[in-house]
Design a protein around this ligand. Structure first.
Ligand code: GLC
Ligand code: CA
Length: 601
């Protein structure tokens, strides 16, 4: 407990908040560790693994939703924010989690899902009960439209995230309610001040008073909708439903709401906040959310890089679109550089619970050797970038997508199931095949299968007799924590070392300026990280990150010239192959860092 490397490191000059140099680790609790043999991960299971996270170098644990929920969307449909979904444990378990994290100098943040509730939430039950219920306007209700044949139609033509309309018909009062996600997830009406006050009190202060350190805020830029509720333009002529994110993302009152939330709740508790910011690929629109002086959010997740390969975000999401390394580089640089010269902050991540595994998408899983090498190169990439670093459970051992041979019945996620069923209903075999292919790369299910702890039955996630809620990966015998612990060549040990190195040189890696070199190179990715401020350009610390994103050996550039120093002043800092082997070239999927500063031995 309390290993010294986890003392939370503050910043370059002692002035920065803790969360900037922190390593966050996202836990998907249903799949992390089951303690009682019901095949569903739980809080006692998570608590039993805190030493593992502490040893890895984690500073803050983000726990995906654990609140009471009918689980239409894995807990992103909350029926009571102040209760725990029984299979996860109890309120007392959360108290223990908070205490045990803090005892290890770790922080803990929860997932705040307040764009919508579950239909089972008391607020919605009241809202739907009658048109004059005091909570009627806590949700978004609209009368039907009628077409020329007199058939009832939803108020607008919007397509939701999980296929189908964003409107559900409710018999009781003969009106539709808005749901951007599943019909079981009705959208709250943030325009109603009583509703906002209840959110602040019951979903935020309640947990901050119990000691949690902040929130990852779900769908944060959808709280304010455009109030006119008009049809979206037709962009998909083959469908009666149209993508309409501009109708509900970054709406007219969004900055007012988030600033209020900050003033009312986040700031008084010094709570950290990281918002999920979808459909906002423009730096000028993102900056207001994260600019320190505006007092909204500490940081956000922007998805341009992690969404590479996705088709059009709505109907075509699972129609896979291949992309090149220069595109990944460009997206990465854009979101590394967007804070340059501003008071904003950025995040670094390549996995989460809504996407396929990074090594299967950006790396190479064609052989065991390429899998191991490419996962380490991805680790080098992530741990040398500017911003707060977020790891997703299993990334540190190179967990891969579910095997391609698994059938569609292994996909449990509402989004995957709905898209697949929609393709089947179309009767178009080519569309079905395309959707299956896209799902095999991009589905949210890939990151949700049980964590691989050991080669024991069920990968040590749950007991051998239990039936895990999702199938355990066929490769768990070789890809697991136990097999990698203590192996100097392993992905896990590489991450452990890199997380230490990142903090040791945090002025370069966490706070440095990112400069992309050779943007058009299709195989090798090279960037500089440069300390900011200091005594002047000539003495500034610099690191050069060179990574071969291909199987073939590739020539190495003139390292000293790239670092802007004399030959002998350029030093090898670390590499995925341990030692610097062939000086003049990089092996397939090899990554190295060179620097212009003294390397302590
Ligand atoms: C966010 C979550 C995702 C969920 C959705 C609806 O995008 O990350 O898992 O389905 O919001 O709450
Ligand atoms: Ca359990």
């Amino acid at each position: 407990m309390g290993s010294p490397q986890n003392t939370i490191l503050v910043d370059r000059h002692g002035q920065e908040p803790w969360w900037k140099a922190a390593t966050f680790y996202q836990v998907y609790p249903a799949s992390f560790k089951d303690s009682n043999g019901d095949g569903w991960g739980d809080l006692p299971g998570l608590i039993s693994k805190l030493d593992y996270l502490d040893d890895l170098g984690v500073d803050c644990v983000w726990v995906c939703p654990i609140f009471e929920s009918p689980q239409a969307d894995m807990g992103y449909d909350v029926s009571d924010y102040r209760k725990i979904h029984a299979p996860y444990g109890t309120l007392a378990d959360v108290d223990t989690l908070v205490r045990e994290c803090h005892a290890r100098q770790m922080k803990v943040i929860l997932d705040l899902v307040v764009n919508h509730t579950s239909i089972e939430h008391q607020w919605f039950k009241e809202s739907r009960s009658s048109k004059d219920n005091p909570k009627r306007s806590w949700y978004i209700w609209k009368p039907p439209r009628f077409d020329e044949h007199g058939n009832r139609q939803p108020p607008t033509n919007w397509r939701g995230y999980f296929a189908g309309s964003t409107w559900a018909w409710d018999e009781t009062t003969s009106e539709y309610y808005l749901h951007l996600y599943a019909p079981e997830q009705p959208d709250l009406n943030w325009d109603n001040p009583e509703c906002r006050a209840a959110i602040y009190q019951e979903t935020m202060r309640f947990w901050l008073d119990r000691g949690v350190d902040g929130f990852r805020i779900d769908t944060v830029n959808k709280f304010s909708k455009h109030a006119d509720y008009t049809d979206a333009p037709i962009s998909d002529p083959n469908s009666s439903l149209q993508p309409a994110p501009e109708m509900w993302c970054n709406g007219p009152r969004i900055h007012e709401f988030i600033h209020e939330m900050n003033r009312e709740v986040l700031a008084p508790y010094s709570a950290v906040s990281v918002g999920e910011l979808s459909n906002t690929p423009d730096p000028q629109s993102v900056l207001p959310y994260v600019s320190a002086k505006r007092q909204e959010l500490d940081m956000v997740f922007e998805f341009s890089a992690i969404r590479l390969g996705n088709g059009n975000l709505f109907g075509g999401k699972y129609s896979y679109q291949p992309f090149t390394l220069p595109t990944l580089k460009a997206m990465t640089s854009k979101w590394q550089r967007f804070i340059d010269g501003t008071d904003g902050w950025t995040t670094v991540f390549c996995e989460n619970h809504d996407n396929g595994r990074a090594v299967s998408r950006f790396g190479d899983t064609s052989t065991h050797e390429f899998w191991r090498r490419s996962a380490k190169t991805l680790a080098l990439w992530q741990t040398t970038m500017t911003g707060s670093l977020f790891l997703y459970q299993g990334q540190e051992i190179g967990m891969t997508n579910m095997p391609a041979a698994w059938g569609i019945e292994e996909y449990k996620d509402i989004e995957a199931v709905n898209f697949y069923n929609e393709a089947v209903a179309s009767g178009d075999q080519a569309r079905i095949d395309k959707t299956k292919h896209g799902l095999s790369i991009l589905a949210r299910d890939h990151s949700r299968i049980p964590f691989q702890w050991s080669e024991e039955p069920n990968a040590g996630f749950c007991s051998g007799e239990a039936s895990p809620w999702m199938r355990v990966h066929d490769d768990c015998g070789t890809i697991n924590v136990e097999a990698q612990t203590g192996d100097p060549e392993s992905i896990l040990e590489f991450y452990r070392g890199m997380l230490k190195l990142r903090k040791k040189h945090r002025n370069v890696f966490v706070f440095g300026r990112h400069v992309l070199l050779e943007p058009e190179d299709e195989h090798v990715w090279i960037y500089l990280k440069e300390e900011q401020g200091g005594d002047g350009a000539s003495t500034r610390k610099r690191a050069l990150v060179v990574m071969n994103f291909s199987r073939e050996e590739r020539p190495l550039l003139d390292v000293a010239a790239a670092l802007g120093c004399e030959g002998e002043a350029a030093r090898f800092l670390v590499g995925t192959d341990g030692v610097e082997s062939k000086i003049s070239s990089l092996k397939g999927w090899e990554g190295r860092i060179y620097c212009n500063f003294e390397v302590a031995v």
